[in-house]
Design a protein around this ligand. Structure first.
Ligand SMILES: [Zn+2]
Length: 95
C-alpha cells in the first residue's frame, strides 16, 4: 500500500527526435538526455510534448506524427525567413 498512483505503469513522455523528427513515447527521464528509438540519436531533452500513461502517450504520438506533415508544411510557408527550427513550437496541438 506504499505505491502511489493506483498501480499505474511508469509515466511516459512524448518527445521529438531532433534528427529524424518523429514524435515518440519514452519513459519519463531523470537525466537531461535521451536516445531516439527510431534512429538512435542521442540528444538533449529540450521539450516534452505530452505526459501520461504509455497508452496515452502512444496515442498522442500517432496524432502528432500524422499532424506533423501538415504542420511542417504550414511552418515552411510562413517561416521561410528563418531556416532554424525555432518556429516548430506551433506543432503542439493537444486535445
Ligand atoms: Zn530519431
Amino acid at each position: 500500500m506504499a505505491t502511489a498512483g493506483g498501480g499505474m505503469a511508469a509515466p511516459c513522455w512524448v518527445l521529438r527526435c531532433c534528427s529524424c523528427r518523429l514524435f515518440q513515447a519514452q519513459q519519463a527521464k531523470r537525466s537531461a538526455k535521451w536516445s531516439c528509438s527510431v534512429c538512435g540519436q542521442r540528444q538533449a531533452l529540450l521539450k516534452v510534448y505530452g505526459r501520461g500513461s504509455g497508452r496515452d502517450c502512444r496515442h498522442h504520438v500517432q496524432k502528432l506524427n500524422s499532424l506533423q506533415g501538415e504542420a511542417e508544411e504550414a511552418i515552411a510557408r510562413t517561416a521561410r525567413c528563418c531556416p532554424k527550427r525555432h518556429a516548430v513550437v506551433s506543432v503542439v496541438m493537444i486535445n
